[in-house]
Ligand binder design. Structure first.
Ligand code: ADP
Length: 262
């Protein structure tokens, strides 16, 4: 029996998964604050509690994500791109393209049949087209980010959001509200705007028939449906989509111990 952990310390959330002989036995999701080492530690502790395991039983901890170098108790660090590629391939072995939209960046990743990275394109220069953009605009409308995807599905006449900059988009949202636009139409317009930005990243790596959507924003059903429509296919999403980076990280640890990836 080998027990490994993957800790994905992102810009907004810490995710941890525990894999025993390649099977997921525990996970945790918690917010990230300013004490990143403690946040990473808490993520592991919570996953261990869920699995009913002790820290001493874990053979390898792999850190990934924006804060991976703060997973100081780990033995390995791997980039988010490598981990999303491996994690997506684990959940959907046929996938060749991964779109990861997290709290502060968006990545399109082309992978091979082994889940290895062939190419990638990313936006990490500003919050435009990321979860942060949706968080801010949801707040401007008085909603929680968890509810905006479902609400946007009821739109009848989506507005055109012309500003990609988060700050300007927030003012644009406020201006639509003052003009009496239906919040559902505003939300749908925001989703279309993010999907359009993601499409240009996907086109840079090349779109393939099986696309997997990962990261926290893949939990937003409005984003999933808008992406489906624009791509003309059904993207892969999984209830564990926000954990894909952590799953990939744990798999790197599993392989380090001589296990196969899937
Ligand atoms: P990071 O790894 O950068 O911390 P995540 O991949 O965890 O980012 O994604 C965080 C983003 O996911 C948030 O900014 C938010 O927009 C979105 N998100 C998280 N949970 C949900 C949810 N339940 N429904 C819709 N969006 C969500």
């Amino acid at each position: 029996m080998t027990l490994v952990a993957g800790v994905d310390l992102g810009s907004t959330t810490a995710k941890c998964v525990l894999l025993e002989d390649g099977k997921l036995i525990g996970k945790s999701l918690s917010p990230v604050g300013v004490e990143l080492v403690k946040d990473a530690d808490r993520a592991l502790e919570r996953a261990l509690v869920e699995a009913g395991r002790e820290r001493s039983e874990v053979s390898v901890v792999t850190g990934t994500g924006y804060g991976r170098f703060k997973v100081t108790f780990g033995q390995l660090t791997v980039t988010e791109i490598g981990c999303h590629a491996k994690g997506a391939h684990f959940l959907f072995p046929g996938t060749r393209v991964v779109l990861d939209i997290g709290g502060q960046d968006t990545k399109a990743i082309k992978i091979n049949e082994k889940g290895e990275v062939i190419d990638f394109a990313m936006n990490d220069k500003c919050a435009a087209g990321t979860g942060r953009f949706l968080d801010v605009c949801a707040g401007a409308l008085g909603y929680d980010v968890n509810e905006i995807g479902t609400l946007s599905l009821g739109a009848r006449h989506p507005v055109k959001v012309t500003n990609t900059c988060t700050v300007f988009a927030e003012s644009e949202v406020t201006s639509y509200v003052s003009r009496g636009k239906d919040p559902k139409d505003i939300l749908a317009g925001l989703h279309i705007s993010i999907v359009n930005r993601s499409l240009s990243l996907l086109q840079r790596v090349g779109i393939e028939p099986e696309v997997t959507f990962t990261g926290g924003v893949s939990r937003n059903e409005g984003m999933v449906r808008t992406l489906d429509r624009r791509l003309g296919l059904r993207v892969n999403v999984n209830p564990l989509s926000q954990y894909v980076g952590a799953i990939g990280a744990a798999l790197f640890g599993h392989e380090r111990l001589g296990g196969s990836a899937a």
